[in-house]
Design a protein around this ligand. Structure first.
Ligand SMILES: [Zn+2]
Length: 231
């Protein structure tokens, strides 16, 4: 090898080493979750169906955002109980919770990057937003009173939060010690989705000089209402 070529090889090695040192940490595996486009809806009027489709679009957008990932990574969950199919309880950390969401991993499915959200509307007692069978691949039940309030309030954001909350039950996350618990994984994920969806709309309206119509919504929708998880 000539001296010149040797120098070139050495230079190349130096460059390679420098770039290896400066390289940012490898990004997490590319995962992109989306709401299953085949959203099935049962018992919905055209207005209710339209609201739920808008909520689905909001949820899709939030799930795809860096803000969502950061919010889940930083979230303080007051409960993180995940019940596995064999009955064992795990308490996954924030990174694992985010991974389950981004992989679209319902308890009974493998990672398919799809959130399956079959929704049926039912009459539930006032105060009960919805119910989901824990770890189920079946339907999410949403109450008529809740969807009607969202329609009246032009509020797909609370519905998006509700859908995310119920999906966490499909993934196996439960309320503990009972359904009156707050601040756990399903509640926090629901609130994060709702807040990010609303923030985005606030920013858009502000940029357009529009009034924030949704800010006049009754703010209680997810804050005061309960949901039921059926074990
Ligand atoms: Zn719940």
């Amino acid at each position: 090898m000539t001296t010149k070529r040797l120098l070139l090889v050495m230079a190349a090695c130096t460059l390679a080493r420098a770039s290896a040192q400066q390289a940012p940490p490898a990004p997490a595996a590319a995962v992109a979750v989306a709401v299953d486009p085949d959203l099935k809806l049962e018992g919905a009027s055209p207005e209710q169906a339209d609201l739920i489709q808008r909520a689905k679009a909001e949820l899709d957008r939030v799930l795809d955002s860096d803000d969502f990932r950061k919010a889940i990574e930083r979230a303080t969950f007051e409960g993180r109980r995940l019940r596995l199919a064999n009955g064992d309880i795990q308490e996954p950390d924030n990174a694992e919770i985010l991974k389950i969401i981004l992989e679209g991993r319902e308890r009974q499915t493998q990672a398919d990057n799809k959130m399956t959200l079959d929704v049926r509307l039912r009459e539930l007692r006032r105060g009960t937003v919805g119910s989901t069978r824990l770890g189920s691949v079946g339907k999410i039940t949403t109450s008529y009173w809740f969807v009607n309030r969202c329609v009246e309030g032009n509020d797909p954001y609370s519905m998006a939060g509700h859908l995310a909350h119920e999906w966490m039950h499909k993934a196996g996350f439960t309320h503990y010690p009972d359904n009156s618990a707050r601040g756990d994984v399903p509640y926090e994920v629901g609130q994060i989705v709702r807040k990010l969806a609303r923030d985005e709309q606030t920013a858009k309206n502000k940029a357009l000089g529009l009034s924030a119509e949704y800010d006049r919504l009754p703010g209680y929708l997810l804050d005061e209402a309960e949901d039921e998880v059926i074990d």
